[in-house]
Design a protein. Sequence first.
Length: 185
Amino acid sequence: MTENKGGKHTVLREVLDWLRHILIAVLIGLLLVVFVVQRNEVIGSSMEPTLHTGDQLIVEKVSKLVGAIHYGDIVTIDAQGLPGHVGEKNIIKRVIGLGGDRIEVKEGKVFRNGVALVEPYIHGLATLEGDPAYSTVTLAENEIYVLGDNREVSLDSRRFGPVTRDRVIGHVLLRFYPLNEFGTP
């Protein structure tokens, strides 16, 4: 009879051990999603030809925490409250200007600190002015200026102004779907 009790204790111990490992795995997964990486889906054509509707992306969240946002980075931004983005949770744009930069949109080009940017990712599209209030801006230290690669349709800093760094969710690290486009965008 004592063997039966010992067997029950062994089974209970085994179940509790499994539950502990499952709980640890779930907690690690939650911590990764909240603080390190997340999956995003591209919705809309504002980043074409670089990214397309339906592309699945891995976004890393660590670089924004250490201030490592660079020119040309493609970032995911919290769109809640941004003009023209009613109902959208996140948007994906390219970083054009950082704190302290003077950005000018004129003559179909973007100028950063007086120098016209070379932007091969827009495939020769002109960058038209948006709201005149945001065609020439000097960014505060906590601001970035973002544009979509498809300048003809993108609702970006030309229309809603600079974005504060705290709105940045993360940096696009990898496109994992479609498989034939796998890699860094």
